[in-house]
Design a protein around this ligand. Structure first.
Ligand code: THU
Length: 159
């Protein structure tokens, strides 16, 4: 029977990251404070590292009409594509701040964001590693968006 599996990296803390990823995750953590999340109070920050060294930030921006709100990942990636349409994405880091949560366990991107990141990866022509971390505690590194959305729908399906 066919099966699908993937491996990922689990680190005890961000101190085990290399300096480039450590900095990127720090940027994601910092930017969570800019989230506009008056309804959920769940503040998410995303930092996108581009090939030219620029880091583009994004946060979740909620709306009184709940479905209108946007997640931090799509916010950051849209900003990156808007400002640097031809620049490759090297990696993205995601963090969050939750007043009621433990803030120790990384949160994974929602399904819609997984689809969005996958499209960015197709555009990117190279995998986009995801660094997932909370305020404290362990950190996950996922090597490619494809691992978070196996059998994902993509441009090839439209041919
Ligand atoms: N959220 C994100 O920003 N990214 C995700 O991947 C998961 C959820 C936001 C959406 C909403 O503003 C809040 O977190 C609670 O769901």
């Amino acid at each position: 029977m066919p099966s699908h599996q993937f491996t990922y990296t689990e680190l005890a803390s961000d101190k085990e990251l290399d300096s480039r990823y450590f900095h990127l995750l720090s940027e994601a953590k910092k930017i969570t404070n800019n989230a506009y999340a008056p309804y959920s109070n769940f503040k998410v920050g995303c930092a996108v590292l581009l090939q030219n060294g620029v880091i583009v930030h994004g946060v979740n921006v909620e709306n009184a009409s709940y479905p209108v709100g946007i997640c931090a990942e799509r916010s950051a990636l849209s900003a990156a594509v808007s400002t640097y349409p031809s620049e490759k994405i090297v990696a993205i880091a995601i963090s969050y701040l939750s007043p009621n949560g433990d803030n120790n366990t990384p949160a994974f991107p929602c399904g819609m964001c997984r689809q969005f990141i996958l499209e960015c990866e197709f555009k990117n022509l190279q995998p986009i590693p995801l660094i997932l971390g909370a305020e404290k505690g362990k950190v996950y590194i996922i090597d490619t968006a494809q691992h978070l959305l196996p059998f994902g729908f993509g441009p090839n399906d439209l041919k």
